[in-house]
Design a binder for this molecule. Structure first.
Ligand SMILES: Nc1nc2c(ncn2[C@@H]2O[C@H](COP(=O)(O)OP(=O)(O)OP(=O)(O)O)[C@@H](O)[C@H]2O)c(=O)[nH]1
Ligand SMILES: [Mg+2]
Length: 254
């Protein structure tokens, strides 16, 4: 039976985290574990996470990092821990309710036939919150078109951050290859998975604007991210399935 560990990166999500954890526990998944990766959030998210861990019977653990160090390295740290702890499936999602907890079940339905299941805003049935202004929509759309054109990405939602990975995919990809830390992290993971020949399946999702808390998004951040996509191409465009990291023998049947 599969065991799912969801990695939850947090920076100033003290108001969202308890509700998100409750909503995930309420899914009733038998082997669900959670890993919160908090970067010493000034709003005390780390302490909130510790309290949740104390009530979790060991099913929630917290990685505390000393300073804000970016989404990408937070996920890599969480993924490594989840794999080391034996998770067969590893999830990633935002804690601000942009990703609906119930959609975890839909991603789990899809992962049976794929190596990574991707919650996608840009496949038929997927949708962006109507509260997103024209400027942000345009940037998101442009970031996608640009990434797809440069990298010939098959996934429609290049910057998707709601995914379920097979542990064998993460092991074969070799997380040590991943260089990006901000929004380009999602693009880099999608590109490396594609170059290595992993099957990526997209599930349409509705992406809601963050419920509580301040947006940390700025136009400058997105423009810079789009520029860094070129670096992703430069670093990985020669990868082929032969470059997968060989799996240790017991993993080959996992
Ligand atoms: N540990 C850690 N988590 C982060 C960092 N930056 C963002 N996060 C978390 O990553 C998830 C996605 O970040 P968001 O800030 O929601 O990104 P966004 O959805 O593009 O932007 P807004 O929702 O408008 O702020 C959230 O759970 C954040 O709390 C970081 O540097 N370190
Ligand atoms: Mg958000």
């Amino acid at each position: 039976m599969d065991s799912l560990t969801i990695v939850l990166p947090t920076y100033n999500e003290a108001e969202n985290l308890p509700d998100m954890v409750q909503a995930l526990w309420a899914l009733g998944l038998p082997n669900l574990r959670l890993i919160v990766v908090d970067d010493s959030s000034p709003d005390g998210t780390g302490q909130v996470a510790d309290l949740l861990a104390a009530q979790s019977n060991g099913t929630l653990q917290v990685i505390h990092r000393p300073a804000k160090s970016g989404l990408g390295t937070a996920y890599v740290a969480g993924f490594r821990r989840a794999v080391a702890d034996g998770a067969t499936l590893v999830g990633q999602m935002d804690v601000d309710f942009s990703h609906a907890p119930a959609d975890v079940l839909r991603l789990l339905g899809e992962i049976r036939d794929c190596d990574v299941a991707v919650g996608s805003r840009y496949v038929p049935g997927g949708k962006l919150d109507s509260r997103w202004g024209a400027g942000r929509r345009l940037l998101s759309w442009w970031g996608n078109v640009y990434s797809q054109a440069l990298l010939a990405l098959r996934v429609r939602d290049a910057t998707a951050g709601f995914k379920v990975w097979r542990r064998t995919t993460l092991l074969g990809m070799d997380l040590g290859r991943i260089r990006s830390n901000g929004y380009v992290f999602q693009v880099e993971m999608a590109y490396v998975a594609q170059r290595l020949g992993y099957r990526e399946c997209e599930v349409p999702i509705y992406f809601e604007d963050r419920r509580i808390g301040q947006s940390k998004m700025s136009t400058q951040v997105k423009l810079e991210a789009a520029w860094r996509v070129f670096d992703v191409w430069r670093t990985h465009h020669r990868l082929t399935p032969a470059d997968r990291l060989p799996l240790p023998l017991p993993e080959q049947t996992a």
